[in-house]
Write a protein of this length. Structure first.
Length: 464
């Protein structure tokens, strides 16, 4: 048995039994097979907070699968005054110190799925050519730091082996991240640590797209992404930018979720609100988890024509980021807008940034019949669906759903609690249609003037 293997075995037993070596610092040195502190080579690598669960999974799943033996020990309760590195602090811990239980907290590892992960812990890793100690120290919401401490023995190759293992862990964390292939919403704020929410996927019954729209999506977007490799081998660039334009409630969000369902291997990133001020970070996230689709929601707020735009710098950043995408990045950009006619032409009408525009109108009679049937579900309307279809002409899918909701509440009020038979009175249905037509949403739709947008699309060479 070599001297390093002997010391590592003694150190491992010392950590397990708290015998032979006093204090955490002595146990760490003994485990690493060294006597003096200056024989320990150490360095730090900082990850984004959204990789905390991935870091813990690397020790739980990846390293054991590689043949390493991993033992976690808690460092909660240890006080390290004046110590910048928790690793240095562990080495310098006094002779009467002891490890605690591993502190854990719940982290999202999938939509509606959480797992208990270590918050502050030391991982003793053996089984390779050299022993290592990793330290994770983080509170939820702050940057988790991963420190790899490897021995610097006289035997050549220890530092190189440690650096190689660190690179393997980094690559695994990106390739096997629990965020990859998910529907994500980044919570990026300038000057704050980045967070990412994992959103639940929508099933195929939660939305209904018009057949003409589905066909156009296939032709102009899905075929490019799903057969990217074939096209690139033929020398055809697959970088795509798609603009979805139409009033609220016409199906733009449903289209995004439909695309995610059709491309399950793609990560979809929904960017809105304050995250629009951190576009560089959002594009970097999309590159990190490619192949991906980056959805910029309600782009109207940052991409109006420059002479009337209060956020020119954000618009400039958006166009710079879109121009900076390369084919190898495998990032498609999808923009949604309520009023395309007011968008900056350098964004909306330039191939390479926006390659195609889909204009959303209110559903036709056939599509309204399908939507009403779905929204009514098990309800029992006095008016048949065929009679409701002409009454709801011009209403968007979101408005049709609202008609059913209002009629259900109005009809339920006619009965004592828990006696409603799920019937919808004809009068309540008609009143709901009228009230939805005069709601602010309907007035907004008339103000936007979708027909004008469709006319401009045709004039610009697009499809209405």
């Amino acid at each position: 048995m070599g001297i390093l293997s002997f010391f590592s075995d003694v150190g491992r037993r010392a950590v397990r039994t708290r015998k032979w070596v006093n204090g955490i610092g002595g146990q760490v040195l003994c485990f690493l097979g060294v006597v003096a502190k200056n024989e320990v080579h150490r360095w730090n690598h900082t990850f984004q907070p959204y990789h905390h669960a991935d870091l813990c999974r690397a020790f739980r799943d990846y390293l054991p699968a590689r043949g390493f033996h991993v033992e976690p020990y808690g460092i909660d309760g240890l006080v390290f005054p004046g110590m910048v590195s928790k690793l240095d602090a562990l080495i310098n811990t006094g002779p009467f110190s002891e490890f605690s239980a591993v502190g854990r907290f719940s982290l999202a590892t999938g939509p509606e799925q959480h797992e208990e992960m270590a918050s502050r812990a030391a991982f003793f890793v053996s089984g390779g050519d050299f022993p290592y100690v990793f330290v994770i120290d983080s509170e939820q919401g702050f940057f988790p730091s991963l420190t790899l401490m490897g021995a610097t023995p006289k035997k050549q190759g220890a530092v190189e082996a440690a650096a190689g293992l660190m690179k393997e862990i980094e690559a695994w964390i990106i390739d096997e991240s629990c965020l990859r292939g998910q529907l994500l919403r980044p919570l990026f704020r300038p000057g704050e640590a980045a967070k990412v929410d994992i959103l639940p996927m929508a099933n195929s019954d939660s939305f209904e797209l018009q057949p003409e729209l589905v066909s156009e999506l296939e032709e102009t977007f899905l075929d490019f992404l799903s057969r990217r490799e074939e096209l690139e081998e033929a020398g055809i660039e697959c970088q795509r930018g798609l603009l979805l334009c139409g009033p609220p409630g016409t199906g733009k969000t449903s289209t995004c979720r439909y695309l995610k369902q059709r491309l399950p291997d793609h990560t979809m990133i929904l960017v809105a609100s304050e995250a629009l001020l951190t576009l560089k970070e959002c594009f970097d996230l999309a590159r990190r988890f490619s192949p991906s689709i980056l959805v910029i929601e309600d782009v109207d707020g940052i991409a109006q024509m420059r002479d009337s735009n209060q956020a020119n710098w954000v618009l400039g950043e958006l166009m710079n980021q879109m121009d900076g995408l390369q084919a190898r990045d495998q990032v498609a950009v999808l923009l949604t807008s309520n009023s395309w006619e007011f968008l900056e032409k350098a964004l909306a009408e330039r191939p390479g940034r926006v390659d195609h525009i889909l204009v959303y109108d209110a559903p036709d009679a056939v599509h309204r019949r399908v939507l009403l049937g779905r929204f009514l579900g098990s309800l029992l309307p006095e008016l048949p669906v065929e009679a409701l279809v002409p009454l709801t002409d011009g209403l968007t899918p979101a408005q049709l759903k609202e008609v059913v909701k209002r009629a259900a509440v109005a009809s339920m009020r006619r009965y004592p609690p828990h006696t409603w038979s799920r019937s919808l009175h004809a009068e309540d249905l008609r009143h709901s249609v009228d009230s939805v037509r005069t709601s602010p949403l309907a007035r907004t739709r008339r103000t936007i003037g979708l027909r004008a947008i469709g006319t401009r699309t045709q004039a610009a060479g697009g499809k209405a």
